[in-house]
Design a protein around this ligand. Sequence first.
Ligand SMILES: [Cu+2]
Length: 181
Amino acid sequence: MNGSKVLVLAAAMSVSSTAFSAGTHGGSHDASSGEPGNASEASRTVNVEMFDNYYEPEEIDVEPGETVRFVVENKGNLVHEFNIGTPGMHEAHQDEMKMMVEHGVIQGGKLNRAMMEMDMGDGHSMKHDDPNSVLLEPGESKEIVWKFTEQSNIEFACNVPGHYQAGMYGDVNFTRGLAEQ
Ligand SMILES: [Cu+2]
């Protein structure tokens, strides 16, 4: 057996678990990015298109407490992510995504789904199935229903290595519903 490969995968997996815990439980309440929402409570649908390497729209306005249904489509030629989180969450997730590239899970415009689904023997895998994020191959489309429970510093971002740095992120602004003329 190839012992070193198993070790490498286990290392990638543990990074993934850590990032997921940080995302779901958060370090503190003021760093919350919200929570998974119910589709029946969504006030509207926002269509998000992903290109190489930017989003359309570039920013999103929401109301505190609002549940939004996002339909995300990858119109680029590379694998891209739509991830709702605080800047700190994105930074942590970028380490995880770097390992996914290093281990061949993300290969330019392709995802190695066999490796993502691989059962590590203890119920863990390198699946990318956090509720605040979708990771899409070119041409793919998926939905996220997200509740923006409270106003905080939130960005949507692609954490595929180099993409955030190339500007593939946008602000979630809590200006919707405020009195404005
Ligand atoms: Cu990207």
